[in-house]
Design a protein around this ligand. Structure first.
Ligand SMILES: C[S@@+](CC[C@H](N)C(=O)[O-])C[C@H]1O[C@@H](n2cnc3c(N)ncnc32)[C@H](O)[C@@H]1O
Length: 256
């Protein structure tokens, strides 16, 4: 591919809101970078282009990216990857004996969209108020969650916190403290992380450790997306639940 800095854009960029750009999702080309109006934009989620790294986006930019994603989601190759990682998460969760699950960042696409799950309590929490309203209207207990909106849940009340395709975005230390506060000491947090560079991953892991959440990183042997890995965290490194989550995340690729 030509070097974007030196060359005119290969595709026409369209403007979404808050400085987020995109190209026609059905178009033939998806260059890694596009130069437009003096800025270099990098491809993110197939057809969206951002001028900084995903973990540096502001909350409004995160919302704009996810609105676009939602609009075109079923047409994106990325969607197949989401289905695959989602299936892996669901298999692991299915193997756990737990009562309460908190899903961070479900958007309109929660892991458990109907009441047919086995948990006593299933909550979701997202910084996108529209998603919160949508899921609430479907009977899912859904909370607004961001830097200034803590989780309305008691301390040590949640067995498993899950975040699927969320930690590529910024997570504030206030939110990390909230996750630590609500998860049971023997509970676990499972998430996938991609795109972040090594320094950014190290910093995020250090923040989790600072609040007492130990992190075991499992590289994705299938390399489903860029620098993709699974993170399993717990306050108690010897927690039985953590052990089962780690085993599931490590082993069940071959079931695909
Ligand atoms: C890429 S979507 C993933 C949606 C869904 N989990 C899936 O895999 O299809 C990311 C979601 O996480 C939410 N999100 C991103 N950063 C967040 C944060 N720091 N706190 C809460 N929600 C966040 C976004 O609003 C969006 O709904």
């Amino acid at each position: 591919m030509k070097k974007a800095d030196d060359d005119p854009p290969l595709c026409e960029l369209k403007k979404a809101t808050n400085g987020i750009m995109y190209i026609d999702p059905a178009g033939p080309e998806r260059p890694e970078t596009i130069r437009c109006e003096g800025k270099t934009y990098s491809r993110f989620m197939d057809f969206i282009y951002i001028s900084k790294s995903a973990e540096e986006l502001s909350e409004d930019e995160v919302l704009a990216v996810n609105k676009l994603r939602e609009q075109f989601i079923q047409k994106m190759p990325h969607w197949e990857i989401n289905i695959s990682v989602r299936a892996k998460f669901l298999r692991v969760i299915d193997s756990l004996v737990i009562n309460s699950v908190l899903e961070i960042g479900p958007d309109s696409n929660p892991l458990f969209p109907d009441s047919g799950h086995k948990f006593k309590e299933y909550f979701t929490a997202d910084l996108d108020l529209e998603s919160v309203d949508l899921l609430s209207s479907k009977g899912i207990k859904s909370f607004h969650f961001n830097l200034n909106a803590p989780l309305p849940l008691p301390d040590s009340s949640i067995d498993l916190v899950v975040a699927l395709f969320v930690f590529q975005f910024p997570i504030s230390i206030q939110q990390i403290k909230e996750i630590r506060r609500v998860v049971k000491p023997d509970g676990a947090v499972m998430a996938n992380v991609y795109r972040r560079d090594q320094r950014s991953r190290d910093e995020l892991r250090a923040q989790f450790l600072e609040v007492g959440l130990h992190c075991k990183v499992i590289p994705d042997g299938s390399h489903l997306c860029r620098d993709h890995e699974y993170w399993c965290l717990s306050v108690n490194e010897d927690s039985n639940l953590l052990r089962v989550v780690i085993e599931g995340m490590t082993n069940n690729d071959r079931e695909k």
